[in-house]
Design a protein. Structure first.
Length: 608
């Protein structure tokens, strides 16, 4: 017993270190449909969800096993055969001997004996003789729970029958071979209700039960366990093999999205250490760098912060606030009015770019500051005519009108536009770009120095970081900054991380976090320049939140995070605002997104 206890303690320590990997090992094969017969469609709902385990309670009535939770609910048309054995037999035949189409997937059928086990088991054995395709199938495990024989009597029953184990019993080697899994009464073990995390002593009890089962090379489930998302996360965290549920669709969705909802960072980086010498002072600025991580708010930032082991450049900014994101005609904005508010100070309709609700063109920051001899540059990791960059140079009531949007760049006062490919690059636009003497480049690497108005359309920009974009965004930032900073009267730069939004739309935590970390390195560069220049204000603000992200678990020490998305679209959650440099204190509190524009002009000392 002493050696077993030592093994359990070692296993628990090992498990703790591999907690992150543990989540990734779970899928619907670990789902157990508790009291499955009470579902609206018994068997089939759990089966088509690809659950690995299904449970049915049975009562012996006239040599037949009727399925019900209590005797009051018994009905002759709900038998073990017609609800479970017949459907299982049918699927095995359809799948050419396999319970599921995937021959690797298996099914565990728990049969809970509610009456005298001897007569009930004898009846079950008699019934199962009609189903050799089930009893002789290695992909089906029949486990008897509830009323069971003594372990010494296991041998008296056919080898295709397994029995639910009791953690408090000691089994011989032969008896243990007949144990299908271990089950335990959760409320008898701990009083945790599934909210938050269990107390330390409760965690130890659950872990000890799990490891006791695992030490005997058996799976474990807990009946009576809390049955909702936070409880599932904690039970998985603690290594419970089968997650009990009465909510099949919810657990199915949760399990199936784990691969996209989990991310472990492999490329940790150090953040810039700000000097704070000019941070927050009241002083007119010459330069403003507006950094827009599309579709992000606090949950996204904290996911990236966790993945980078508790470091994020943007979190080194002391001035923080919240921006209300609604458009003029919708509670939930899209990107077009979202950044039109930043660029013009006016709330407009969804899909409207650089125009008011009537379609009238609005004055944008690049054109406004050009009158003062200042210059502007725009960068995006998406289509150069997409909503966010277009909001700063174009005027359209349809964000998808790429060709006229790109045409507007020719007549705008924006000096530099860098981003990904667009459908708007028609022959007519190519000629207009040429006539306007705008330098056009097909990739960033070919630009050694910016001499004139410049347009860079680089396919690499639209690639994800995980698909090989590399340090494209940082390089585009350096190239643009090196040119703009030479203008003695000052500049405005907008940098958009477009594909953070894509991560929210696709509910892909890896994409979201890797894109945001790539963006945050540029935030560090901007802060460093602000410290060196002393006349630069840096602002970081998302145009809206995408995905309804919540964080379920993570590790600041090990750099992994586990989340959950509630939607594949935008939400109304206010966007987090961060600012650094002179006048950064103006960006605290809760304010309309249009105030970003007003505060930028005030920082420049421009009255509009």
């Amino acid at each position: 017993m002493k050696q077993t206890r030592i093994w359990v303690l070692l296993a628990m320590a090992f498990f703790s270190k591999n907690k992150a990997q543990n989540y990734q090992n779970y899928n619907v094969s670990n789902a157990h449909s508790h009291n499955d017969y009470m579902q609206e469609i018994p068997f089939w709902e759990a089966y088509y969800a690809n659950f690995g385990s299904i449970e049915a309670d049975v009562f012996l009535v006239k040599d037949k096993l009727w399925v019900a939770h209590t005797e009051k609910e018994l009905s002759p048309d709900r038998t073990l055969e017609n609800l479970y054995l017949d459907p299982i037999s049918k699927q095995i035949k359809l799948n050419k001997g396999n319970i599921y189409q995937d021959p690797k997937k298996k099914l565990q059928l728990l049969i809970d004996i509610k009456q005298d086990y001897k007569t009930s088991l004898n009846a079950l054995v008699k019934i199962l003789k009609k189903y050799p395709e089930i009893t002789g199938n290695s992909g089906i495990k029949i486990v008897i729970t509830g009323g069971r024989p003594q372990p010494s009597d296991f041998k008296n029953y056919p080898n295709y029958l397994y029995f639910d184990g009791d953690l408090d019993k000691n089994y011989t080697a032969d008896e243990l071979k007949r144990i299908g899994l271990f089950s335990a009464d959760f409320p008898q073990l701990v009083k945790w209700n599934g909210k938050g995390i269990p107390r330390d002593e409760e965690t130890d009890k659950i872990k000890e039960a799990v490891e006791k089962a695992h030490a005997q090379q058996k799976s474990i489930r807990f009946y009576g366990a809390p049955d909702f998302t936070n409880a599932w996360v904690n039970l998985m965290d603690l290594g419970v093999d089968y997650i009990n549920t009465d909510h099949i669709p919810d657990l199915k969705k949760f399990m199936n999205t784990i691969p996209k909802s989990f991310y472990k960072n492999t490329k940790e980086y150090s953040t810039y250490s700000p000097t704070y010498k000019t941070d927050g002072i009241s002083k007119k600025v010459k330069n403003v760098i507006l950094l827009i991580p599309d579709g992000t708010s606090l949950p996204q930032y904290y996911a990236a912060f966790t993945a980078n082991k508790g470091k994020l450049n943007v979190f080194n900014m002391k001035a923080t606030g919240l921006s209300k994101t609604n458009s003029s005609n919708a509670y939930i904005t899209d990107s077009a009015p979202g950044s039109t508010a930043f660029a013009t100070g006016v709330k407009t309709k969804n899909t409207f770019v650089g125009v008011d609700g009537t379609g009238k063109a609005l004055a944008q920051i690049p054109d406004i500051i050009a009158e003062k001899g200042m210059v502007s540059g725009l960068i995006s990791t998406g289509d150069i005519t997409d909503a966010t960059p277009a909001d700063f140079y174009a005027h359209s009531d349809n964000r998808n009108s790429s060709e006229p949007i790109l045409k507007d760049f020719v007549s705008s006062k924006t000096k530099i536009l860098i981003g990904g490919p667009t459908n708007g690059l028609s022959q007519e636009n190519l000629q207009k770009i040429k006539d306007a003497k705008i330098d056009l480049f097909q990739d960033l690497k070919s630009v050694n120095k910016i001499n004139n108005r410049t347009l860079v359309i680089d396919p690499l920009a639209s690639k994800r970081v995980t698909d090989g974009r590399g340090k494209w965004l940082a390089d585009a930032f350096d190239l643009t900054l090196n040119d703009l900073k030479e203008n003695k009267k000052g500049f405005f730069m907008m940098v958009e991380a477009s594909q953070t939004d894509g991560g929210g739309h696709s509910n892909n935590l890896e994409q979201l976090v890797t894109e945001l970390l790539d963006f945050d390195e540029v935030v560090g560069k901007a802060m460093k320049f602000a410290d060196e220049n002393k006349e630069t204000l840096v602002i970081v603000v998302g145009d809206h939140e995408t995905g309804g992200l919540t964080l379920l678990d993570g590790s600041l020490n090990d750099g992994w995070v586990f989340g959950n998305f509630s939607t594949n679209d935008h939400t109304s959650i206010p966007a987090s605002v961060f600012a650094y440099g002179p006048n950064s204190k103006e960006f605290t509190g809760l304010f309309e997104n249009t105030e970003i524009f007003n505060k930028i002009l005030q920082a420049y000392g421009i009255r509009k």
